[in-house]
Write a protein that binds this ligand. Structure first.
Ligand SMILES: [Zn+2]
Length: 249
């Protein structure tokens, strides 16, 4: 049933190895499945959204600011023009009735223009106020998020550290057990473990504890007939089957 041989005591050590490997796999699974990891992913996504929103708001604020400067400059130009026109009127420089009427009409139209432009400035200021408060909200949320992320990361780090400590202990114990297993048997065990997750299983009451299938009478008879130092494999899952007094042979 295979060329690898090992004493029953050594074969029993494979079950310890399998337990330790299962513990290491559990710890690895826990490390990757920590709720803090998922929480951080969610918070990081939100932080990215906030950053984009802030950049968008700042760009809009910059555009608005330039627009406002332009509109204020336009108001100023119109105002200056009105003052000049008025000065000409007051100085009595214009006497011809037609020219006078034209100048007065220009001043009226400039006043309308000034009113329109001032309204534009007002509207821009209102939009700016809305954007400023939006920017404040985003900044406040960003700061809060930063604190929350730091707290979650600290919890994750503490959990990972605890898992790492347990894994280090299990690895040490595994190395101790593996040192007692001959190289050819260990290689076989590791090869099965890599493809199946579990390299060795107990034969308990005629059942393989790896695949949980009961062995048929012919296979059980073959196992009964094989020498105790023969390393046997489950015919179903090909895992190493370790015989114990509970094997039901
Ligand atoms: Zn099996």
């Amino acid at each position: 049933m295979g060329s690898v041989k090992a004493s029953p005591q050594i074969q029993l050590r494979l079950l310890e190895l399998a337990d330790l490997d299962a513990e290491l796999a559990r710890l690895d699974h826990r490390r990757h499945g920590l709720p803090e990891v998922a929480e951080l992913t969610r918070l990081e996504a939100r932080a990215g959204e906030l950053k984009d929103a802030l950049v968008g708001t700042e760009t809009e604020l910059g555009d608005l600011s330039r627009e406002q400067t332009r509109a204020e400059r336009d108001v100023e130009q119109v105002r200056t023009r009105i003052e000049k026109d008025r000065a000409r009127l007051d100085a009595g420089q214009v006497s011809a009735a037609r020219e006078l009427a034209s100048l007065q009409s220009e001043i009226e139209s400039l006043h309308r223009r000034q009113g329109d432009l001032e309204e534009v400035v007002l509207e821009l200021m209102e939009r700016r106020e809305v954007l400023d408060s939006r920017h404040d909200e985003l900044t406040t949320e960003q700061e809060g998020l930063g604190g929350e992320m730091a707290a979650v990361a600290a919890r994750r780090d503490a959990a990972v550290q605890e898992i790492d400590e347990q894994a280090a202990k299990a690895s040490d114990r595994r190395a101790g057990v593996a040192a007692d297993v001959p190289a050819d048997l260990l290689a076989l065990y590791d090869q099965i473990r890599k493809s199946k997750g579990v390299g060795a299983a107990m034969l308990r009451a005629g059942r393989c504890e790896g695949c949980h299938l009961s062995l048929n009478a012919a296979d059980l008879n073959a196992i009964r007939a094989s020498a105790p130092d023969e390393v046997i494999r489950c015919e179903e899952c090909r895992r190493i089957l370790v015989r114990t007094p509970e094997s039901g042979l």
